[in-house]
Ligand binder design. Structure first.
Ligand code: NAD
Length: 365
């Protein structure tokens, strides 16, 4: 089975869908890998590394010629989608809940598209869980950004010049990214608090050495482990409670998301105005509108001395490890879709059925 790996063309996207380590494994089996010239360069993987791993490094039309599957990081542009032959299997983050135009384009091309976001979060699919692998990277990086932007050090220090108090960090949303942010901030020595609307995470937060902030706001948890959206009254209560507590903190990292919905607004502008000068907000939800009312997606702003970091696509800023983890997720899914080099789409398999977001009628069960 021939698998093509294009170079990502979106501005700022440094990741690559397959790294040489997994190319070696695939090429040793029944796969032929064609990778576009310099596809891994921005993630630290030169063409030579792919050649040594057994891939063909190609350019232009040769990339897609004869490829049964195309694996990429983020959705293809209109031109990239137009180049896909009918029946091609496409694997990647495809934004199935929000990019209706992109999904319609793939459907009209007759592409058999599998979205990494749609893989059910069941135990058997853990090795394919790219949302988790990339959220882990984002959570880690959010703390490094906060530590860098903060004029304070994170750990408690007892020095000859006296004691330095540890930084106080608040992590809002304790899913995969939030828990990694808590763990990273703890490793740096900060005193960490966290809040999530899913009551089940309290224990996880405490097991990482952080304290759970009691705000008296609770949401339901869906079967997939996600939070449901708060009612407008609950949202107002959450904002009011946070407004009281936020001024205590040097750093606030927000990671709250509701799949397919705009990010919940947790921090109103009035809460930012009550923060001390020098405080930092890192908004991991910037891409879907931000958890902070003042966040500007893709930008870093100063609001009366409070830095609000809205940088998007943090996994891309740690492209080597983000790509390594992502490509292991991709290979795990590929292993489910192909056996002995042949495409075998078992629509009775819940992972295959749930992650497939477009397919032509003749490929239907
Ligand atoms: P996510 O990225 O969709 O959301 C991040 C966090 O934001 C969640 O913890 C959510 O509860 C929280 N949140 C939403 N609205 C909020 C609000 N108004 N205030 C505060 N917090 C809010 O979620 P995720 O991190 O991708 O995953 C969430 C959960 O899914 C995990 O913690 C886990 O329980 C489950 N999960 C299960 C598996 C598995 O079993 N294989 C794998 C990954 C995740």
């Amino acid at each position: 089975m021939r698998v093509a790996v294009p170079r990502e063309t979106a501005p700022g996207e440094r990741r690559v869908a397959l790294v040489p380590e997994v190319v070696s494994r695939l090429s040793a089996g029944s796969f032929t890998i064609a990778i576009e010239h310099e596809a891994g360069a921005a993630a630290g993987f030169p063409d030579e590394a792919y050649e040594s791993a057994g891939a063909e490094v190609v350019d232009g039309a040769a990339l897609l010629a004869g490829a049964e599957a195309v694996v990429r990081v983020i959705p293809p542009s209109a031109d990239e989608a137009a180049a896909l032959a009918a029946g091609t299997v496409l694997i990647g983050f495809l934004a199935p809940l929000t990019d209706t135009e992109g999904i319609a384009r793939l459907q009209s091309r007759g592409v058999v598209a599998f979205a990494m976001e749609s893989i059910p979060r069941i135990t058997r699919a853990q090795s394919m869980d790219a949302l988790s692998s990339q959220a882990t990277v984002a959570g880690y990086k959010s703390v490094l950004l906060a530590a860098d932007r903060s004029p304070k050090m994170f750990p408690l220090l007892m020095t000859a010049a006296g004691t330095v108090a540890p930084a106080k960090v608040l992590v809002l949303g304790a899913g995969v990214a939030g828990l990694q942010a808590i763990a990273t901030a703890r490793r740096l020595g900060a005193v960490v608090f966290s809040f999530d609307v899913r009551p089940a995470v309290k224990e996880q937060v405490e097991s990482l050495g952080a304290s759970f902030l009691e705000l008296g706001v609770r949401a339901e948890e869906t079967a997939g482990g996600y939070a449901t959206e708060l009612t407008p009254e609950q949202q107002a209560q959450q904002q009011a409670e946070l407004e009281q507590r936020i001024p205590e903190f040097d750093v606030v990292i927000t990671t709250a998301l509701i799949p397919g919905r705009p990010a919940p607004k947790l921090i109103p502008a009035s809460a930012v105005s009550s923060m001390r000068s020098g405080s930092v907000v890192v908004d991991l939800a910037a891409e879907t509108g931000g958890n902070c009312e003042l966040t500007r997606p893709g930008e870093e702003i100063d609001e009366h001395g409070v830095t609000i970091v809205g940088i998007t696509n943090l996994p891309s800023t740690m492209a080597t490890h983000a790509s390594q983890l992502l490509s292991r997720n991709v290979v795990a899914l590929l292993g489910l879709l192909a056996r002995d080099g042949e495409l075998v789409l078992d629509w009775d398999d819940e992972i295959v059925a749930a992650s497939c977001v477009t397919r032509p009628k003749e490929v239907a069960a």
